[in-house]
Design a protein around this ligand. Structure first.
Ligand SMILES: Cc1cc2nc3c(=O)[nH]c(=O)nc-3n(C[C@H](O)[C@H](O)[C@H](O)COP(=O)(O)O)c2cc1C
Length: 389
């Protein structure tokens, strides 16, 4: 697919997750494959212009971390414009504008979600950025402030007129936080509101069939995955495969009929990654964290990352309680070795988890009508500025 002048190898995107979608994680996802474009955590435009080392660390990249969009937040048009120019000069493939961040500190100065409330002002800011750079400028938003103020369709239209190359929309309102269901009809209204700019749907995609459902029911041009990639960095590869191997679901014309479009019967899924593969990728992730952040900080940061991998290991409390204490690579490997030994009690003769210890199937908020699923795991929200996203 294309985003302005940028041609992408897939229409699957990694959503920014502040504190998590750093260079090591992006490289992990890219090495597995299937992702078309990754985006950095949000970074303050002014901090970049002031050459703040923390801001520069957030935009740190590597030749194999490409194509990369950098997400900016800010509300001062000149700062956003100058930061976009700076990023273009540093080789960014695209600049994304955060219009979804509800952190008070960001909104009080007119950035993040507050941008969804002042269409003219926001469009003028965007226009200034678009005319200052050649790379695509994109915007990421929620559906609106709350159910009474669903502004995304109007905003998307105004932003298209201002020259954005793509619109990312998380199908929840700011007020919803991460609760309730992702509103596919809401995303569809954004798709319908624009003339031709690609709209990328986002929210709760944790399985390939959830991605497909979002495509089929919203008509979006791409989907963006955040927490689902953290659970499962293989999700892009698996989703791409699934989308290529399943026929498109028939498009419904009436909104009222849309509720129960289940995944098609001829489902072709790649097998779930084995335990050994999960361990391999987790170790690679730690090695990259150490390379990018140094052993001490890299290991401390990895304390909150490793438990995301272990969610799919089966019983894992023995791993989780120890991994949150690691300070060195050697300590991590000790924890892992101990855990692998401890986990044997839950395995059958072939070394597979006994059925009663297998993790529950994952299911997106908007897939809950699926009859086959009895047990399901909700999408957790990682520690961080979470209540505010
Ligand atoms: C811990 C955390 C950090 C986030 N950081 C950002 C961010 O920096 N910029 C942004 O636009 N959205 C951010 N988000 C929102 C996600 O990009 C995404 O829109 C949201 O998580 C829904 O998608 P998902 O269900 O695939 O995770 C964050 C979400 C979480 C949970």
């Amino acid at each position: 697919m294309r985003i302005g002048s940028l041609t992408l190898t897939s229409n699957l995107f990694l959503s920014p997750l502040a504190g998590y979608t750093n260079l090591p994680f992006r490289l992990v996802v890219r090495e597995i494959g299937g992702v078309g474009l990754c985006t950095t955590d949000l970074v303050n435009a002014r901090s970049l212009l002031e050459k703040n080392p923390k801001a520069f660390k957030l935009v740190e990249t590597h030749p194999s971390d490409s194509p990369l969009a950098i997400q900016l937040f800010g509300s001062v048009p000149e700062e956003m414009r100058d930061a976009a120019q700076m990023l273009e000069a540093r080789g960014a493939a695209a600049v994304d504008i955060n219009m979804g961040c509800p952190v008070r500190k960001v909104c009080n100065v007119g950035g993040g979600s507050a941008m969804m409330t002042g269409l003219n002002k926001t469009a003028a800011l965007v226009r200034g950025m678009v005319s200052a750079v050649k790379i695509p400028v994109t915007a990421k938003m929620r559906l609106g402030w709350d159910d009474q103020n669903i502004t995304a369709p109007d905003l998307a239209r105004a932003l298209e007129d201002a020259g954005v190359a793509a619109i990312f929309v998380h199908g929840r309102t700011r007020q919803q936080g991460f609760g309730g269901t992702v509103n596919l009809m809401g995303i569809r209204k954004v798709v319908a509101a624009v003339k031709q700019v690609p709209v990328i749907g986002n929210g709760d995609i944790i399985t390939p069939s959830a991605a497909k459902k979002m495509f089929d029911e919203t008509g979006c041009a791409g989907v963006s995955i955040g927490r689902g990639a953290f659970y499962n960095p293989w999700i892009f590869q698996h989703t791409l495969y699934y989308l290529k191997n399943t026929s498109p679901a028939p498009r419904e014309t009436s909104g009222a009929k849309e509720k129960n479009l289940a995944a098609p019967a001829d489902v072709k899924l790649l097998p779930e990654p084995s335990f050994a593969e999960r361990i391999r990728v987790m170790c690679r992730h730690l090695d990259l964290m150490i390379e990018v952040f140094g052993e001490s900080l890299g290991c401390r940061m990895f304390r909150k990352v490793a438990p995301w991998y272990s969610r799919r290991f089966g019983p894992c409390h023995e791993f989780n309680k120890r991994v949150v204490q690691i300070s060195t690579r050697a300590e991590f490997h000790n924890v892992l070795e101990h855990y692998i030994h401890w986990r044997r009690q839950f395995l059958d003769d072939q070394g597979e988890l006994l059925p009663r210890f297998q993790p529950s199937p994952m299911i997106a908020s908007f897939m809950r009508a699926e009859p086959a699923v009895v047990q399901r795991e909700q999408v957790s929200v990682p520690k961080g500025p979470v209540e505010v996203w």
